[in-house]
Design a binder for this molecule. Structure first.
Ligand code: AMP
Ligand code: ZN
Ligand code: FE
Ligand code: FE
Length: 293
């Protein structure tokens, strides 16, 4: 079984439509795929239709922009009911923050002599429900200011860059509870990614999050080197957290992240789905996996 539990479509900052994402997963011989766009479920319907057609199991999820102790943390939420009002409300707040950030970012770029119109970025973003820095990065590529997204982050858009603008993110601890109340399960995405530089996600911190309802951590991710993965796997074992592995695929938007480049063990996947069933039973709401017929 080939299982990839973290991918993006062009409903956020990936470059393939949800249907193309599913078809690409089939080409990559995947059996189970999760669609996890940033802060939106806008890709779910099209991905569901494509998965039924292609004979692939689809896990509907999203990657929620959260903050913990003043640092950004990405929370993968799997199988929550997106109509649960507190979840819908928080996602709306995050998307409002993304929309407000775009003009502020363009003002900062204008200050340093780079002139991009908001309409240009919105055209590049196309069907995206969640506007992001990657779309501004694409506009910088189009202008010939940089060669690729990574360079745009390094020179302008990264947290220390001259065009960085803060935006709203949901409090992580509360969001874990909201996801559970929506009948879903939570997994911390790339907890020790390259730029990780705070203690709140050490073993003690993760134990506290588990007490709040956290189900797992993403261990096998391109931003984790071999040693980091070993250490995180040990922590997951100590805390009885589910271990996931995923590509964090973004189409052409991120190199070296092709679907299936990291996989989730079938037993770990089964545990995660079981925990989601438990959460759904308690919450009285659910979003089941889309099972291939
Ligand atoms: P935003 O969601 O607007 O805050 O932008 C952050 C997103 O940009 C991340 O979730 C990644 O998907 C993407 N990203 C961050 N750093 C890079 C990079 N160096 N190259 C390409 N994409 C990046
Ligand atoms: Zn992204
Ligand atoms: Fe992420
Ligand atoms: Fe991601």
């Amino acid at each position: 079984m080939r299982i990839d539990l973290h991918t993006h479509s062009d409903r956020s900052d990936g470059t393939t439509s949800p249907a193309e994402l599913v078809r690409h997963a089939v080409e990559r011989r995947m059996d189970v795929l999760a669609i996890t766009d940033h802060d939106t479920t806008a890709g779910w319907a099209q991905a569901t239709e494509a998965a039924l057609e292609a004979g692939l199991t689809l896990v509907r999820g999203l990657e929620v922009s959260c903050k913990l102790a003043g640092h950004g943390v990405h929370l993968l939420a799997y199988l929550p009911d997106p109509t649960y009002e507190p979840l819908a409300h928080e996602l709306e707040r995050i998307l409002d923050g993304r929309n407000a950030r775009l003009p502020a970012t363009l003002d900062k770029l204008r200050d340093i002599g780079i002139d991009i119109e908001e309409s240009d970025v919105r055209r590049i973003a196309g069907d995206a429900a969640a506007m992001g820095r990657p779309h501004v990065a694409d506009a910088l590529v189009d202008l010939g200011v940089v060669e690729h997204r990574g360079q745009a982050f390094d020179s302008y858009l990264g947290s220390r860059g001259p065009a960085y603008v803060h935006r709203y993110a949901a409090p992580l601890e509360a969001m874990i509870g909201v996801v559970a109340e929506a009948g879903g399960v939570s997994v911390i995405a790339h907890p020790w990614a390259k730029r990780h530089n705070f203690d709140a996600l050490d073993e003690e911190g993760l134990a506290a999050l588990k007490d709040l309802g956290l189900s797992g951590i993403e261990v096998d991710h391109q931003d984790h080197d071999a040693r980091t993965r070993d250490t995180l796997r040990g922590i997951a074992r100590n805390l009885d957290l589910v271990v996931t592995g995923s590509s964090d695929f973004h189409g052409d938007g991120k190199v070296d992240h092709d679907i299936g480049c990291n996989l989730t063990d079938p037993e770990e996947y089964a545990r995660l789905v079981e925990l989601a069933r438990d959460a759904a039973r308690v919450a009285g709401r659910s979003t089941p996996e889309v099972l291939a017929p």
